[in-house]
Unconditional design. Structure first.
Length: 305
């Protein structure tokens, strides 16, 4: 369970270093309580504004100290020092930055998390899933052991980002020339009557054609997230993952969705109630299929062995 734990900002506006809010931070308390009651230890991937917020550190720090969650890093370059780049859509992907600047931001965020939470993070996600060719070696050298920036089945090239269409769904070791880094991709399944051909066809058609394929039940991309994916679809994707014998399922969402009005997915109190009902349904289905909650530490241990 990975949560992009970040500031509140207008997703439709240009990127900016200032002007964001942190109104959703108190909602982390309810989030943590909900997952604790379900026996799930979330991995909060915190970015710079969250690390700087005393309320967030108090909420997540207490849960981490009690072993009820993990705290990793998520890098939004536009709000992370040093601020040596022009703020732009291209530079919103960390992997597009010059190597020295990318490393400096990674280091600053790692050190801030270590100082504020009492332990250096070992799990990393690039904001907007934006890793680059130099990222893995830098992360391994900085003490990170697991990256979860790859969003299998997605193509971010139209916005200057990476292409993950062909990336696998299972974890793999990245050889960096130094310590190995485990890549734990965010899970996305492709369902529909066309089977494996559906994934190939999906990436070679227009958005209108993709919508038609989904309506006809021929091919559909299903990300494991409550943000825009109905619970029934997520449960169908879980069944596909179990049939494919995937060893790990990586769910994700953005922390601003824990408060109405911050993201397109949770606009009202009714939406927030539906958000938590989604988890009730999906966690119940996972239990029925024998899929158990795990942690990054446990996944790393299994991978090492």
């Amino acid at each position: 369970m990975t949560i992009d734990t970040e500031e509140d900002f207008d997703w439709s506006a240009p990127f900016a270093r200032t002007g964001y809010r942190l109104d959703s931070v108190p909602a982390l308390t309810d989030c943590q309580a909900f997952f604790e009651s379900a026996g799930v230890a979330p991995i909060y991937l915190v970015d710079w504004p969250i690390v700087a917020d005393d309320r967030a550190v108090a909420i997540l720090g207490a849960a981490r100290a009690a072993g009820r969650c993990e705290v990793g890093a998520q890098l939004h370059p536009w709000v992370t020092p040093p601020h040596d780049e022009v703020v732009s859509a291209y530079n919103s992907y960390t992997g597009n930055l010059p190597p020295d600047l990318q490393r400096a931001k990674m280091t600053a965020l790692r050190d801030a998390i270590a100082a504020r939470f009492g332990a250096a993070p070992t799990v990393y996600r690039a904001g907007r899933y934006g890793i680059g060719p130099d990222s893995a070696a830098m992360l391994a050298d900085l003490g990170f052991r697991c990256d979860t920036s790859v969003r299998s089945g997605f193509d971010y090239r139209p916005g200057h980002g990476p292409d993950y269409r062909a990336m696998p769904l299972y974890p793999w070791w990245v050889e960096t020339g130094g310590p190995r880094l485990l890549e734990m991709p965010v899970t996305t399944l492709f369902g529909g009557l066309l089977g494996p051909v559906g994934r190939w066809l999906y990436h070679r058609t227009s958005s209108n054609t993709r919508a038609a394929l989904a309506r006809l039940g021929l091919a559909e991309r299903i990300a494991l997230t409550p943000e825009g994916i109905p619970a029934a679809k997520a449960c169908a994707a879980i069944d596909l993952a179990v049939a494919a014998r995937l060893p790990v399922l990586n769910f994700s969402f953005h922390s601003p969705s824990l408060q109405p009005g911050n993201t397109p997915y949770v606009r009202t109190d009714a939406d927030l109630a539906a958000f938590y009902r989604w988890w009730d349904v999906v966690l119940g289905h996972l239990a029925k299929r024998g899929v158990e909650p795990t942690t990054a530490a446990a996944i790393l241990d299994m991978a090492q062995r």
